[in-house]
Design a protein around this ligand. Sequence first.
Ligand code: ATR
Length: 277
Amino acid sequence: MKKWYAVIGDPIEHSMSPLMHNTWMNAEERDGTYIPLHITKENLVEGFNGMKLLGCSGFNVTIPHKEAIIPLLDDIDPLAQKMGAVNTVVRQLDGTYKGYNTDGLGFVKSLEDAVGTHHKDKRVLVIGAGGASRGICFALAQEGYTKLSIANRTVAKAQAICDELDVVATAYSLEEAAASLDEFGIIIQTTSAGLNNSAFSLPLSLEKLSNTAIVADIVYNPLMTPFLAQSQQKGATVVTGLGMFIHQGALAYSYWNDVYPTADTVKPVLLEQLGGN
Ligand code: ATR
């Protein structure tokens, strides 16, 4: 049977995952296809049963199913278990389905693609304490970034993530983090600040940003968020969110196909889709 893959979510029509995965499969001349499936919360159990019946080879999971899919799976990778969220599901040889999380590791790959792997001893500030922040913090800790701090509007949520990490991490308010911003070598923006139509554009003041800092944003629409634009003006090295999107997909692709595809194959296609930024 021809292999088929999917991304499930609600809403799903704007997902760029089908374009990205089909571009990789076509480039490798694989006999497979990747489709978007609109599955609502109410239909998750039935939807997944249908996918199993039709022999889905693997799929990505997006909002609002990243947590709800977990009890429906046969097995889960330990890192995804810790994160409490699954974004990639693999059909194993015996037909069972195992969940992984490639979001956080995809972010780390994107960061290291852009600036190298020699920054692990720097102090890292993660701004935000939602699901995206959580995944990134666990992945950073696993990959050897051990000097972590998390800043959030609701400090208790940042503290909760710190308490669960295997490394010592500090929670800050946004104001505290802004006041000591020059102490951080890597700063990662994980809130929805700057996202097209977002209610707020900057999570904290960049006044004290060091010009040697590396600043990354997970928002990729627009590519150059106000946070990155201001950081660049202050001399910092900036890393846009598109790399995280590409590498979470590349890692998922590698779990399905045992090949890690190149970011360069899909970058121009995705940039065109984003409006030629
Ligand atoms: P995701 O799962 O995508 O990370 P989320 O769980 O809704 O999304 O998290 C959103 C993050 O943006 C949180 O850190 C949130 O701060 P709170 O935990 O205090 O809610 C942050 N955020 C949202 N709106 C904000 C605003 N106006 N100012 C500052 N932070 C904001």
